[in-house]
Design a protein around this ligand. Structure first.
Ligand SMILES: Cc1ncc(COP(=O)(O)O)c(C=O)c1O
Length: 397
């Protein structure tokens, strides 16, 4: 076989010419025969008018922090831009900082591109053909979707009448299907209801199922819980239980678009999961996360804003005759007593994005707690939409 040598000069010149073409006129590069993958449409980003529409929306659909990253986080991320071209970049000791903050070592940690990746990795690790995952419905469905994609079964249990998770039913179900259970999923507090599972019930669950059944506890919203009977579940990892805690920087710390989350579990579980993870978290996210952990004042400011506007929104809705499920998170679910889908469209027509359908709770609207301005717009639109729904034969009252 003949190996053709390319002179450095020729190579650099050719590459620069190709890059120049691509950078300046992507349409020409395509026309000259750069192959398209079938079914793939090149994405050049939203148009200006689409971006303007997005920016003008009240974003009350995805439980985001309306303030975004704090000044200190922005500073850290801006500094880290200078490493954008590197692979082995300084990461501001992110693993050690997260480990210290939670009282663990780096062996207990797995980083993910959002806790969504952690949920997927847990599903891929512990499920598979013929395996079952047990959890409730409605809940956050990433791990259920992973399960379905790899031919595992989802046992989705109904919520109790007060919208809490029926832990006794969960225990019975796990024990009944013990041989086939790959994973138990406990979203605590639960999304979309906002209801936490209290400490004694988490203990009951873990004490009454076989100790080799892995339990994934999704604590995406744990920072928001004030209820005195609630506790984080980190202590169960210290106790050596087969428990895996998923956490995120998308909510309290306000960097959902940066994509960083993590798992805390025993070193054994971390090693079981590692082969399924990409291990790829970008440099800005890592620097932003460290600054976010350190910026306690920003965390407190957002938590008190959230508490205040959650309480006020619940009271205002009650004033209009609509009851919300008591929430310990940065969103609420209000019972509209009429199908939510057309109401959601009416909100969207008024420039307000609210939560999607959460079957089987199709008459409950999930609303994230946004900025003061966004909540004002929401309440004005609510009054407008629901009064016309009532007068046109909706089921208010
Ligand atoms: C309960 C729950 N878990 C996990 C996630 C995933 O968050 P992220 O992937 O942004 O960390 C979300 C996002 O809304 C969530 O509500």
């Amino acid at each position: 076989m003949r190996i053709q040598s390319v002179s450095r000069r020729g190579f650099v010149g050719g590459a620069a010419a190709a890059l120049g073409t691509l950078a300046i006129r992507p349409d020409i590069a395509l026309a000259r025969g750069v192959r398209r993958i079938p079914g793939w449409t090149p994405y050049w980003g939203p148009t200006q008018s689409q971006t303007d529409e997005y920016d003008a929306l009240a974003h009350l659909s995805s439980n985001e922090n309306p303030f975004g990253p704090s000044e200190k986080m922005l500073e850290a991320m801006t500094y880290a831009f200078k490493y954008s071209m590197r692979y082995g970049f300084p990461n501001n000791n992110v693993m050690q900082k997260i480990a210290d903050e939670h009282g663990f070592t780096r062996d207990n940690l797995l980083l993910g591109a959002g806790s969504g990746e952690i949920l997927e990795v847990a599903g891929l690790t512990y499920l598979g053909h013929g395996k079952k995952i047990v959890g409730v419905e409605p809940t956050y469905t990433t791990v259920y979707r992973t399960a379905t994609g790899i031919d595992a079964d989802v046992i989705a249990l109904p919520l109790a009448a007060d919208h809490s998770q029926d832990i006794e039913l969960m225990v019975d179900t796990v024990n009944r299907h013990y041989r086939d259970i790959g994973l138990v999923y406990l979203c605590n507090p639960n999304n979309p209801t906002g209801v936490p599972v209290m400490a004694d019930e988490v203990a009951y669950l873990l004490d009454n199922i076989p100790e080799d059944v892995p339990v994934l506890i999704d604590e995406a919203y744990h920072h928001f819980v004030d209820h005195p009977s609630y506790q984080e579940s980190l202590k169960y990892v210290h106790e050596g239980r087969r428990v895996l805690i998923a956490r995120t920087f998308s909510k309290l710390y306000g960097i959902a678009a940066m994509r960083i989350g993590f798992a805390i579990a025993s070193p054994d579980m971390i090693e079981e999961m590692r082969p399924y993870s990409t291990g790829s978290v970008n440099v800005l996210a890592q620097w932003g996360a460290v600054a976010g952990l350190e910026d306690v004042a920003a965390q407190q400011a957002y938590l008190s804003h959230n508490r205040r506007f959650r309480e006020q929104t619940v009271a205002d809705l009650e004033g209009f005759g609509y009851e919300s499920i008591p929430s310990e998170t940065n969103f609420i679910m209000v019972n509209l007593r009429t199908p939510v889908a057309p109401i959601r469209r009416a909100f969207r027509e008024r420039g307000i994005a609210v939560g999607r359908d959460f079957p089987p709770m199709l008459e409950h609207l999930r609303v994230s707690i946004g900025s003061e301005e966004e909540m004002g717009r929401f309440m004005n639109a609510f009054e407008d939409i629901m009064s016309s729904t009532a007068t046109t034969g909706g089921s208010r009252g």
